[in-house]
Write a protein that binds this ligand. Structure first.
Ligand code: PLP
Length: 410
């Protein structure tokens, strides 16, 4: 038994379970997997080495991992209507790395969204390999509307002549016009990489347009709205299949995480169901409702709203930084993360905003009426940030509230 053999790890796990049950998790990049996904990720598939691909492994004994990887690949292709899928990237970052390595040389140019507008570290940020190896130019959102200005993107693309254009985001809350990005990429003869790490689940449920037919490469994580295990995914056109596969292994990874691939396969099957589509619809409904409720409590929302599972709150009119708000909310059991707002004057470690999302709470069964309650909790907490007694009382209420919703959904 874990608790008698290794009490330290047992204790951390026990406390994590308790925390997940007793808090309201509004981090948009997190979710809660089904019992079936949890089961295969914790299975004996973790014991197996399987460098290579189904039918072409460096190891013996791969009959059943071949089976499960083939299932995952077939399901990913069907789910996204893609020509080829590589289900081995250990993370979204490695999926992006594989795409860059497959078509770029060090020093080549990337055009991507800047991080304060919603771009990701792997979209050419200096401290990341993508910013170290490649020359990046960035597009931002428009200062007034806080929406992507496609004409501006086009102007920058014509001027910079990137080899690859990256779209997709970690905090942009609006629908992305992948077709427009594709037109721009074609005009400047660049590859297009659409990173759908955040919105993959919405795409599967037809709540966001798909980029698959418009781009050479699509990358994703499998653990955000897609509600699978932590990991990455690459979709590409048939002509890039060999390049992508040989960059993932032997190019940048060793043995695949077979237990995680099995979890991805189960998650893809779940994502094909009507139940999953309804779940995604509820994620978006909840997000719009929570956003509206906060607006009514005089919170400024970046771009004035959301079309997706997330939004960013600009806290400057509340006299708070993102870091302060994140810490105060955590005291009462509301988990958010600080986030840059477009053209933020504060550093990424402080920020002027927080990012809020509804995938997790929707997985626990919450609906619109719970969003009203959560908006109240947030507002009451931030208003009473200096009053320890009130904060303690809110903590008690949040604990009681959250505890009623399961953390092990079917
Ligand atoms: N791309 C986007 C848009 C993301 O938001 C993220 C993660 O937050 C990633 C890539 C990287 O995923 P991972 O954390 O699995 O490396």
């Amino acid at each position: 038994m874990l608790n008698s053999f290794d009490y330290e790890v047992y204790y951390a796990l026990k406390k994590e379970i308790e925390k997940q049950r007793e808090t309201i998790n509004l981090i948009p990049s997190e979710n809660i997997v089904s019992k079936n996904v949890l089961k295969v990720v914790g299975s004996v598939f973790t014991n197996k080495y399987a460098e290579g691909y189904p039918g072409k492994r460096y190891y013996g004994g791969c009959k059943y991992v071949d089976m499960v990887e083939k299932i995952a690949i077939e399901r990913a292709c069907k789910l996204f209507n893609a020509e080829h899928a590589n289900v081995q990237p250990h993370s979204g970052s490695q999926a992006n790395m594989a795409v860059y390595f497959s078509v770029l040389k060090p020093g080549d140019k990337i055009l991507a969204m800047d991080i304060s507008s919603g771009g990701h570290l792997t979209h050419g940020v200096k401290v990341n390999f993508s910013g170290m190896f490649y020359k990046t130019s960035f597009y931002s959102v428009d200062r007034d509307t806080e929406l992507i200005d496609y004409e501006k993107v086009r102007e920058i693309a014509i001027k910079e002549k990137p080899k690859i254009i990256v779209c997709g985001s970690s905090s942009y809350s609006r629908t992305i016009d992948f077709e427009k990005f594709s037109e721009i990429a074609k005009e400047v003869n660049a590859y297009l990489l659409c990173d759908i790490a955040h919105i993959a689940g919405l795409i599967v449920a037809n709540l966001h347009p798909t980029p698959v037919k418009f781009s050479e490469f699509v990358t994703s994580t499998t653990h955000k709205t897609l509600r699978g295990p932590r990991g990455g995914l690459i979709l590409c056109k048939e002509e890039f299949k060999e390049r992508i596969d040989s960059i993932v292994i032997p190019g940048i990874q060793g043995g695949p995480l077979v237990h995680v691939i099995a979890g991805k396969a189960v998650a893809f099957k779940e994502a094909m169901t009507e139940k999953f589509k309804n779940y995604q619809k509820q994620v978006v409904k909840n997000c719009k409702k929570l956003c509206q409720e906060l607006k009514e409590r005089r919170y400024r929302i970046v771009s004035d709203g959301t079309d997706t599972h997330l939004f960013v709150v600009d806290l400057r009119n509340k006299g708070l930084t993102g870091l302060e708000a994140q810490d105060i909310l955590e005291k009462v059991g509301i988990i958010t993360n600080k986030n840059l707002i477009p053209f933020d004057s504060l550093s990424p470690n402080i920020t002027s905003g927080i990012r809020i999302g509804t995938p997790c709470i929707t997985s626990r069964g919450m609906k619109e009426k719970e969003m009203v309650k959560i908006a109240d909790f947030i507002d009451e907490t931030l208003k009473n940030r200096d009053n320890e007694k009130i904060l303690k009382e809110i903590r008690r209420k949040v604990r009681r509230f959250a505890d009623e919703y399961p953390i092990y959904p079917e």
